[in-house]
Design a protein around this ligand. Sequence first.
Ligand code: ADP
Length: 171
Amino acid sequence: MTENTIRIGIYPGSFDPLTYGHLNIIERAAKLFDRLVISIAVNNTKTPLFTPEERAAQIRHVIGGDSRIEVDYFSGLLVEYARRKGACAILRGLRAVSDFDYEFQMAHMNHKIGPEIETVFMMTGEDHFYVSSRLVKEVASLGGDVTGLVPDNVFVDLCKKYAALQKGVQK
Ligand code: ADP
């Protein structure tokens, strides 16, 4: 197989933190592409709980040594980044109707800027349709149990992060 026939997919997102919902998409997408690049957005407007490096470490820990999956960072225009990576597609996950409006607009805007790069949507896994990083953080910050929603290493990181933040508040 020559270099330019290798199918590279970009899976961009905040991953703040990685959930089993993300992981389900990653595992399924890895079968569709020769290489999958999980791309952590570093300059979006959201204030993250975890640093980009912490998020990358969480993802790397879970995907282990799969050489077909890369963990990377991106900032700026996603389409430009996808071009630089030689990707043929941007992968996004879809949960509910509420995801659709934004994703629909973004896919069309990206198509306008980079018509050669397709946006591919994967429907959420049936056990993960209600899982979002935002809700996981909300529940964990209130002391709720998020076991089963995030990988074990992320669970430990969430406990540590909120314990540290709590300590900071009490000082
Ligand atoms: P972003 O800030 O780009 O939305 P997220 O980390 O929240 O970053 O999500 C990254 C991608 O993963 C998005 O396409 C989102 O729809 C998808 N995603 C997040 N959670 C799930 C889930 N539970 N099931 C399927 N897709 C999901």
